[in-house]
Ligand binder design. Structure first.
Ligand SMILES: C[S@@+](CC[C@H](N)C(=O)[O-])C[C@H]1O[C@@H](n2cnc3c(N)ncnc32)[C@H](O)[C@@H]1O
Length: 325
């Protein structure tokens, strides 16, 4: 049986509304990524992971398949926590190997998408009866303190979700994670790497339009929850590689000048023709720069593994020891 140990509920939504108000008043206008993951969005994301163009989950799977025994030996984890767990598909490779290694007792998935999380926690609990599954509905940017303490913890953050954070958010999360890690804990990150722009753009512009439907669903979710008036036909989907920022910039352009109201936020939002509305970024990384970022946050990259094509990396990080401690 899976148990839902914490649900941050209404307090979490208030923070999302505040971030939405802030994001829509920024330049460029942006919706927080969290709007992508209501129940329908989580189901659409699952379809994206099976698209031939969306190489990320398969590259990560290849690495975890090859390296899970090494990860089990290095971490000897008694608890596996997963941030943004979603369906926890690739996590099963870790659960299998850590379970067989004999150290694992608990799995703690944390995700903001409550229904998707509960469904995946039940499925995992049924498949792994010897492991206690304790789900947390929460926001990894605010709720790291809800993770249980004790034992040797492995905190996984897979699927390149870290790339969806802006650099300042990412720096804060890495710093918070460094503060959360005890000396025997480790952090496992799935990271997408910089590559040919055409392949990157193809990954977010599939011909079936599943990714577009996923991103459009954020507008539907905002309309429903915030009494907003986004009209799909007034926005054209756009996902393009930004070579300066080294991220995919994913969202819309207004087809014409018009105004959208968000009654619940008391906001009237004027769009000019061709103005951008960003819904998500997906940053792509380079090893050296990432190691530097991690070090600035107080983390050391202990292992760095890539798939055979060099498309994706899985990094194992530990808290940097402070001299004299
Ligand atoms: C890119 S998907 C990855 C899902 C899964 N880890 C995988 O690799 O297939 C991002 C996941 O993070 C969750 N998520 C996004 N923002 C979040 C936040 N701020 N706090 C907690 N979960 C979040 C979403 O609900 C979704 O399940």
């Amino acid at each position: 049986m899976a148990s839902l140990v914490v649900d941050t509920g209404a307090a979490g939504r208030e923070a999302v509304y505040e971030a939405t108000l802030h994001g829509l008043q920024a330049d460029p206008k942006a919706l927080p990524t969290i709007w992508l993951y209501d129940e329908r969005g989580s189901r659409l994301y699952e379809r994206i992971t099976r698209l031939p163009e969306y190489y990320l989950p398969r590259s990560e799977d290849e690495i975890l398949r090859a390296r899970a025994p090494e990860i089990a030996r290095l971490t000897q984890a008694s608890m596996l926590a997963e941030l943004g767990a979603g369906s926890a598909n690739n996590t099963r490779l870790l659960l299998d190997t850590l379970g067989a290694f004999g150290t694992l007792e608990r799995f703690v998935p944390l995700d903001v998408s409550g229904q998707a999380l509960q469904a995946s926690a039940q499925t995992i609990a049924a498949a792994y009866p010897r492991i206690a599954v304790e789900a947390i509905v929460g926001d990894f940017e605010r709720d790291l303190g809800l993770l249980p303490r004790g034992g040797r913890r492995l905190i996984a953050f897979l699927g390149s979700t870290i790339g969806n954070l802006y650099p300042d958010q990412r720096a804060t999360l890495l710093t918070d994670l460094a503060a959360e890690l005890e000396p025997h804990d480790s952090l496992l990150l799935g990271i997408d790497l910089v590559k040919d722009a055409a392949r990157l753009q193809a990954a977010y512009n599939d011909p079936q339009g599943v990714t577009e439907a996923f991103v459009r669903n954020a507008l539907t979710a905002v309309n429903l929850e915030l009494d907003a008036t986004f009209e799909q036909q007034r926005f054209a989907y756009e996902a393009r590689w930004d070579p300066e920022e080294e991220w995919m910039d994913i969202g819309f352009r207004a087809r014409e000048a018009h105004t959208v109201s968000l009654s619940r936020l008391g906001l009237e939002l004027a769009f000019e023709e061709a103005e951008a509305l960003r819904v998500e970024i997906s940053s792509k990384f380079r090893r050296e720069r990432f190691e530097h970022e991690a070090a600035t946050a107080g983390l050391r990259v202990a292992s760095w593994w890539t798939d055979h094509a060099g498309d994706f990396a899985v990094a194992l990080l530990v808290r940097e020891r402070i001299a004299g401690s």
